[in-house]
Design a binder for this molecule. Structure first.
Ligand code: FAD
Length: 403
């Protein structure tokens, strides 16, 4: 390593990897610390939106992700009884994005491709099995304490250590918001759902009188996400009986189904009080979490990493002011609340509103939008996060990310 500026990035999830990429691109030395002994193979996010693919194209990783994922140019809203309600085609955004499709690709694949690239950079060191337990920022340094007892100092720290962020907690920041009553159960199966349900897309939001679900295709599996109410314990929801019953309800055949994975999540909408405290910048789930419907958590976190990674590097180099860095951090916080949290909550309401009349109204509204090209375009600009990236374009320009 040769630069005199060094940033420690905590967490090698999708957001930490993207932040490390942005900093290294700006000739900042990066130490990427990951608590796990190897890259976690998590099956949480599987959707990369068009605007995110445009942003991460700079790392040269998109071709490999395309090779390891599935292009989903269309997505649908369906009703369990009546079938297709509304289909949206991202192709109509081809004039505003280089990637007019959602990429169905598990988040760990992005991390693997990024870590492979970062490991080849002279600017980046990566340490696994390095759990951070606290941070103490001072005027000119930030010092991290590791579980091992070691202390590491740097010019700045990026906290990308996920929703339970040790860095955020150590700074004493609040993480206010709400927790949904329903937990979400994700069940993955190699069973070919397209043989049983007509006209499926790779991304399907399915409404129903008794139970809604999201049905997503990845390269190897169908992943179904179901709500779990308070009548079921965690153990009951995670049982084989629950997975078989739910999959039987979707496919309409008896099974038994091979279940490749099942995970139960609590779902929250929460945001940290601030995204910057002195020399520490929070990004991704460490800074904000939202309902996964619409796939905006990881995508929004990567948008944080692109803007705030560049902005932090610019501030350390003296190219942009502290006030600008703060404005960019505040912008990302506002967007987490007004964009990702608002849209994902709206998506939850359209599928999960307790009143059947409200659910039907939501479906009717979606059908009307899909049928009208102008309305479909406006809807897709938000759903594909194109409008989110446009809203931060002046900040991206200030930080030198776009010309
Ligand atoms: C069921 C489900 C489906 C989802 N689907 C989507 C989707 O399709 N699209 C989307 O955009 N979002 C989706 N999300 C949200 C998405 O998974 C998260 O927003 C995303 O993982 C956040 O990335 P991150 O890098 O901030 O945090 P994480 O992915 O949580 O990564 C944090 C990393 O930090 C490491 N770490 C933690 N603590 C420490 C420590 N103290 N020291 C060092 N390292 C540490 C962890 O091991 C981990 O590797 C989904 C979430 C769920 C639950």
């Amino acid at each position: 390593m040769s630069s005199s500026l060094r940033v420690i990035v905590v967490g090698a999830g999708p957001v930490g990897c993207a932040a490390a990429g942005m900093l290294a691109e700006r000739d900042i030395d990066v130490l990427l610390l990951e608590a796990a002994p190897d890259l976690p193979r998590e099956l949480r996010a599987s959707t990369f939106h068009p605007a995110t693919l445009d942003l991460i194209d700079r790392f040269g990783v998109v071709p490999e992700m395309l090779a390891r994922g599935l292009r989903a140019p269309r997505f649908s809203y369906r009703h369990r009884r009546t079938g297709l309600v509304a289909r949206f085609d991202l192709g109509i955004l081809a004039d505003v994005t280089d990637h007019p499709f959602r990429l169905q690709c598990e988040q760990y694949k992005f991390c693997e491709v990024m870590v492979d690239r970062l490991a080849r950079s002279d600017r980046v060191d990566i340490r696994f099995g390095a759990e951070v337990v606290g941070v103490s920022p001072s005027d000119d340094r930030a010092t991290l304490a590791l579980r091992s007892g070691e202390e590491l100092a740097a010019d700045a720290v990026v906290a990308a250590d996920g929703a339970a962020s040790a860095v955020r907690k150590s700074l004493g920041l609040g993480f206010e918001g709400m927790t949904y009553e329903d937990r979400y159960l994700v069940v993955s199966t190699p069973f070919e759902m397209a043989d049983r349900l007509d006209d499926l897309d790779y991304v399907n939001y399915i409404s129903g009188p008794d139970e809604w679900l999201v049905l997503l295709r990845t390269v190897d599996l169908w992943r179904a996400l179901f709500p779990v109410g308070d009548g079921e314990t965690d153990a009951e929801a995670l049982s084989d009986e629950s997975a078989q019953r739910r999959l039987r309800g979707v496919a309409g055949v008896d099974g038994p189904f091979t279940v490749a994975h099942r995970t139960l999540y609590r779902v929250h909408q929460r945001v940290a009080d601030r995204f910057r405290v002195g020399r520490v910048v929070l990004m991704g789930d460490a800074a904000h979490i939202n309902n996964p419907l619409g796939g905006m958590g990881m995508n929004g976190g990567i948008h944080d990493a692109v803007l705030l990674g560049a902005s932090l590097a610019g501030w350390l180099r003296g190219d942009i002011s502290e006030q600008q860095l703060d404005q960019h951090a505040d912008l990302r916080r506002t967007m987490a609340i007004d964009y990702a949290m608002r849209h994902s909550h709206q998506n939850a309401l359209s599928l999960a509103a307790p009143d059947p009349h409200m659910r039907q109204q939501a479906l009717d509204r979606l059908a009307e939008r899909a049928a009208d090209p102008q309305q479909a375009r406006a809807y897709l600009r938000d759903a594909a996060m194109v409008s989110a990236v446009e809203a931060m374009r002046p900040a991206l320009r200030e930080a030198g990310v776009v010309g």
